[in-house]
Design a protein around this ligand. Structure first.
Ligand SMILES: [Zn+2]
Ligand SMILES: [Zn+2]
Length: 448
């Protein structure tokens, strides 16, 4: 990963490491073997038979028997709240949370205060990331000025200034004429447009999925068609303009079917799904606990099954957390009034490992592929475990049990929908961009 990819983070010491005896697993290179991994000056220089690795003077030795060495994860969708809402998260706490979750790169959304809608605001957040971010961060800029949905931003100028893509996430681009012009610019600027798909008129005042549970609770619902009809329109526009789009946080079977059709029709479209939509349903909302309030909302078991199937067959390209930190005062209010959104970075892998891999629903290898593919729509190369590659490695103890929230969080915000859950599998150490970005406090190590 280089500055050319638009990623920025702070300077640090390049890692010299010998990771001994881990199960190295990389779906892209086909590696799946017990190996020693040698990292010199932040670069993987060797994958060797156990005990056969080159001695590296002064390097830290990590005894990693029983651990997985994975290419670290890439999240295409996080909210770091900078500028303007640093009481919820900032670049230091956000990237620390990401590193704790095994991520080596993230793409930060632009619905900040002010929105990242000019080269000046973009330049200032990139400068802050150069001082504060412990892992590489790519920033998208907004499609429309102040996310007003009407006037386009200077997309070409912001692409030159380092935007990795464009998104008004938080809000849809409802006006088809505006999106159409944005797609025409997308072809020129070359960076992807990531879309939060929703028809605000269909969503109305909805606070949860519209279905049996919302009817019982008497809460206003957001129908699945609010998402799927917006996806259908935008895929048709992308095809017509020959543009490239990335659809964010798919939540419904109907949406999966639209994407499947669009891909078959040759639309240049990629898409993502979140750990919460892949593991939870609207049944959780019966508790009226605002930790289960997010947009798009948790939907039905049938929708969840469709998402899993789509993740498996590649209709869904990658996993995104949509990490959305909120202050307690925004969440500790009645369900109808609570802010939408949940944190996600620190336990995304553990949740999906526990709920989908261990029960045999998803192969570990496939999960790793989908969790490392998030940068591809934004031109960020997926990390690889091979000689010559920058060291981007997540060391995971697949048997470690832990309780979400029991040791606190790295994130400044605590609005996790998995708090109190016992999960199996935990990131022990993360190397991002060639530097050690995180290690569990309990994780043993030694220096040769
Ligand atoms: Zn969104
Ligand atoms: Zn979002």
């Amino acid at each position: 990963m280089s500055a050319a990819s638009g990623l920025v983070w702070r300077d640090g010491e390049a890692a010299d490491l010998v990771v001994r005896g881990a199960r190295a697993l990389d779906p892209r290179t086909g590696v799946d073997d017990t190996l020693d991994l040698v990292v010199r000056n932040g670069e993987i220089i060797e994958l060797a038979e156990p005990g056969a690795a080159t001695e590296l003077e002064g390097a830290e030795t990590i005894e990693a028997e029983g651990l997985l060495a994975l290419p670290a994860f890439v999240d295409p969708h996080v909210h770091f709240r900078v500028p303007g809402q640093e009481h919820k998260e900032d670049l230091e706490t956000g990237t620390r949370a990401a590193a704790a979750g095994g991520y080596c790169a993230v793409v930060a959304m632009a619905n900040t205060e002010p929105a990242i809608d000019s080269a000046a605001v973009l330049g200032s957040v990139r400068e802050r990331a150069e001082r504060e971010a412990s892992i590489p961060v790519g920033f998208v800029a907004t499609v429309t000025k102040d996310m007003g949905g009407e006037e386009l931003t200077e997309m070409a100028e912001m692409a030159d200034a380092g935007a990795v893509g464009f998104s008004d996430d938080g809000l849809p681009i409802s006006n088809g004429r505006v999106l159409r012009r944005a797609l025409q610019y997308q072809r020129l600027a070359g960076r992807v447009i990531a879309l939060h798909e929703e028809d605000p008129d269909l969503s109305g005042d909805g606070v949860m999925h519209e279905g049996d549970v919302s009817a019982v609770l008497g809460l206003a619902g957001i129908p699945a068609a609010s998402e799927s009809t917006a996806i259908a329109r935008d895929c048709a526009l992308a095809l017509y303009e020959g543009a490239r789009i990335h659809v964010q946080h798919l939540s419904a079977r109907a949406s999966v079917e639209e994407i499947r059709r669009a891909k078959e029709a040759g639309v240049e479209v990629t898409c993502e799904a979140t750990p919460h939509h892949l593991t939870l349903t609207d049944e959780e909302v019966r508790s009226l606990d605002s930790r289960f309030k997010m947009n798009p909302p948790l939907r039905t078991e049938d929708d969840r099954q469709a998402l899993i199937e789509a993740l498996r067959d590649g209709t869904i390209d990658c996993v995104a957390t949509d990490h959305a930190p909120h202050a307690p005062e925004d969440k500790e209010v009645p369900f109808e009034q609570a802010a939408m959104g949940v944190t996600g970075l620190e336990k995304a892998f553990s949740v999906l490992h526990t709920d989908l891999v261990l029960p045999g629903i998803l192969d570990l290898e496939l999960l790793v592929e989908r969790m490392t593919a998030g940068g591809i729509p934004f031109g960020i190369e997926p990390p690889r475990l091979e000689a010559g590659a920058a060291a981007n490695i997540a060391l995971v103890d697949p048997e470690a049990e832990w309780v979400v929230g029991a040791d606190g969080y790295e994130s400044r915000s605590h609005n996790s929908c998995f708090v109190g859950r016992t999960l199996t599998g935990r990131v022990q150490m993360t190397v991002a961009g060639g530097r050690v970005a995180f290690r569990q406090r309990s994780f043993a190590m030694g220096v040769a």
